[in-house]
Design a protein. Structure first.
Length: 734
């Protein structure tokens, strides 16, 4: 029963997802023009409009609605231009070959302007590839191009109508997914405090989750900040933005504690009874987030707080009862960890309060001008094209590589007995990506999916023999394929093949020949894509990862500077502080993603993989210590910063600067000194008597907690930065 229940739940989530909604929208946009054209005797016009809608749809991605409208419009215009140029300059195969190469390069090079631009580029490339199957459309070239543009406008209008019907869909789905990912992040963090767990696999999982959360956060920032208007939705958007802010803070807190797993593991090894208590507490808060995600906008379904309160009471009692067996440092470590969990639960209570039917004052909301500073705006300077017109640019090399591969696929498809060279060109366009790992996985998934889809499709065509059923199943298969294209490319390739088989079953009597050519085209296109990625101006991560390491270290250095300034000056938290925090988290996530790409590359190209992994882990550990100090000083009243604090932070930042110099030029490395007085400045907490704590006033206890946490984290950051410097001096990343 549980298996059936889980499957029904997943099916319901899939049917309610924005991916499925977008796929249905594409299905409607493609189907209606064809049906109307057939009904009124304008089949060619119907197909042209249908193609225009389909080719413009890839740029319909999550984010600001205004950006979506602009990108679909540009994609539609690009489809028109590409189709007109291809039709106007289509000569003999060999005469058209250089034009094909130039068009492919120019369209692919648009990707230099970011992810949304890369999808507009994909629309143009798809239109170029599929236009080879439309050489004879029974109308003038300009008429056909205009009809394609009309198809793009038709899809744009459908998208606008769809958004007006359910404008909250994207916000709700991304928020729900962020709740789930944050809950999973907390859960993995809870498992990590157990020294008996496999720390390597858990840390890898944690870093991947952080990357996913960073991506979700960026999408939510764009949706919630750039889409805010003075309309009926503004109050809704503002409340969701406040909820999102709480989730961002929860991620920082989760990364922050415990700051040092080694120290915590040593403590829990001596006192294993605390593991269960803290894990019960963390897992219960993780469950709270999952239940909030399921409840959605219904406050009646929000989880109660009795279980969490009981966990807090049990943990607090266990720590207080063990005062005589703990030294002062151990007690403060547990006390700080418990306080972090209390702050996390305060965030959860705040989220439930915000999601309830509350009337908030304008003072509760985030200033739109401040919020917009957290959205990374794409640089659309035309000079960016010129600056990247070099083999040093990854996108330039990808564009050249793609152009050469497309031309080669066109030649092979023209010389040998292929059904149509456009199929090979289309496969190459769909599979090839700027990095090796993704291209290889897409090539493999495309081949496997094609074989599975061809086998299933052939069996169903033999058994059914009904044209109307084929048409319906072709549309359904297309919708499912588009739904899965981001989440499961192999499943998407399977349903794309099924859709092609069903459509050709209506048009062609020899479906077996169609399937054979489909498989052959896929194998040839995938093989060419893989070979080009492997040997034509390849881009390897061991060359690119140095920049990711430098960016992450710079971001951490700036974040440390902001923490130090705020700790010294106190007052209101400046916006620049939160922006520095965002950049530190983002660059750490980018570094992890770069390493994951390197791990997917050929063994011969995985230069210094172990050293790079160690650098990724150390950098992540450094950020955890930064987050630990950051969350403490934000949520506690702190004492005046001492002179030693300034000396310590300056030494850590000097180490980070040396790492950057060392990565650029080993000759610039200054041999690190032992920094003789740094360790001596740490108070000897173990020498203090913990039995005197009950008699101590709260201010004394609070100051002790502050000194212990801040110095422990500074000590850890200094040690980590020295390890990173030593590692950087040995690494060769050029």
């Amino acid at each position: 029963m549980e298996f059936i229940s889980n499957n029904l739940k997943e099916t319901k989530q899939f049917l309610n997802s924005i991916s499925f909604s977008r796929a249905v929208r594409v299905g409607i946009a493609v189907t209606i023009p064809v049906l109307l054209g057939m009904q009124f005797g304008y089949t060619e016009i119907g197909f042209a409009i249908s193609f225009g809608a389909f080719w413009s749809s890839p740029s319909d991605i999550s984010g600001s609605f205004s950006h979506k409208i602009i990108s679909i419009s540009i994609a539609s215009a690009l489809v028109m231009i590409v189709s007109f140029i291809k039709g106007f300059f289509y000569f003999d195969y060999w005469l058209f070959l250089p034009i094909l190469g130039l068009l492919t390069f120019a369209i692919a090079f648009i990707s230099i302007y970011g992810f949304r631009a890369s999808l507009i580029s994909f629309s143009g490339l798809m239109a170029l590839a599929l236009s080879f199957s439309q050489n004879k459309v029974g109308m003038e070239i300009y008429q056909y191009a205009l009809l394609l543009g009309l198809g793009g406008i038709w899809y744009l209008l459908l998208t606008i109508i769809w958004h007006r019907i359910n404008p909250k869909a994207e916000t709700e789905e991304f928020l729900a997914e962020t709740f789930e990912l944050t809950a999973e992040f907390l859960e993995v963090r809870g498992k990590l405090i157990d020294p008996n767990e496999d720390r390597y696999s858990l840390l890898s999982k944690l870093q991947n989750l952080q990357s996913k959360l960073t991506e979700n956060h960026n999408n939510l920032r764009e949706i919630l900040i750039l889409s805010r208007k003075n309309s009926g939705l503004s109050n809704y958007q503002d409340k969701r933005l406040l909820v999102f802010a709480q989730l961002v803070d929860m991620l920082e807190m989760a990364i922050a504690n415990p700051g040092s797993y080694n120290r915590m593991a040593e403590l829990f090894k001596n006192y294993p009874k605390y593991i269960e208590k803290f894990q019960d507490l963390i897992f219960e808060m993780s469950l709270q987030l999952r239940l909030i995600s399921i409840a959605g906008n219904d406050p009646k379904k929000f989880p109660g707080k009795n279980n969490v309160n009981q966990c807090f009471e049990d943990t607090r009692a266990e720590i207080n009862n063990a005062q005589l067996t703990l030294n002062y440092g151990e007690f403060l470590m547990l006390q700080n960890l418990l306080e972090y969990q209390e702050k996390q639960f305060d965030k959860i209570k705040r989220i439930k309060w915000l999601l309830g039917d509350r009337d908030l004052t304008r003072n509760d909301f985030i200033d739109p001008k401040v919020a917009k500073r957290f959205v990374a705006l794409q640089d659309y300077d035309p000079m960016l094209l010129l600056r990247n017109f070099s083999f040093k640019s990854t996108i330039f090399r990808h564009s050249i590589r793609l152009a050469v591969t497309v031309m080669l696929g066109y030649v092979l498809g023209s010389i040998f007995t292929f059904q149509n060279p456009f199929s090979i060109i289309l496969i190459i366009t769909v599979i090839m990506r700027p990095n090796y790992g993704l291209t290889r996985s897409r090539a493999k998934d495309r081949i496997i999916g094609t074989f599975i889809g061809a086998g299933i499709g052939f069996g169903m065509v033999i058994l059914i023999q009904n044209m109307y059923v084929f048409g319906a199943m072709g549309i359904v298969s297309l919708i499912i394929a588009i739904s899965f294209i981001q989440k499961n490319y192999r499943a998407s390739a399977t349903f794309i093949t099924l859709s092609v088989v069903f459509i050709y079953a209506i048009l062609s009597p020899d479906i077996l020949e169609v399937i054979q050519f489909r498989i052959l085209d896929t194998i040839v296109g995938a093989a060419l894509s893989y070979a080009a990625m492997r040997w034509l101006w390849p881009t390897w991560e061991f060359v690119e990862i140095k920049e990711n390491i430098q960016n992450s270290i710079r971001a951490n250095r700036i974040f440390l500077r902001k923490i130090s300034d705020f700790y010294k000056e106190k007052g209101k938290l400046p916006t620049s502080y939160n922006i520095a925090r965002k950049h530190a988290f983002l660059e750490t996530s980018n570094l992890n993603s770069a390493f994951q790409r390197m791990a997917q590359e050929p063994k011969s190209k995985q230069r210094e993989l172990d050293s790079n992994y160690e650098m990724v882990v150390l950098n992540h550990s450094f950020l955890a210590s930064l987050a630990s100090v950051s969350t403490y000083i934000q949520h506690h009243k702190t004492s005046d910063a001492s002179e030693q604090f300034g000396i310590a932070t300056n030494r850590i930042m000097q180490n980070l600067e040396k790492i950057l110099l060392c990565l650029n030029d080993k000759q610039a490395l200054i041999t690190p000194t032992n920094q003789p007085h740094f360790e001596d400045q740490l108070p000897d907490f173990a020498a203090l008597e913990i039995r005197d704590l009950p008699a101590a006033d709260k201010a004394t206890l609070r100051e002790s907690q502050e000194i212990h946490l801040v110095w422990e984290q500074l000590k850890w950051m200094f040690s980590t930065s020295k390890k990173m410097l030593k590692l950087a001096s040995k690494m060769t990343l050029n």
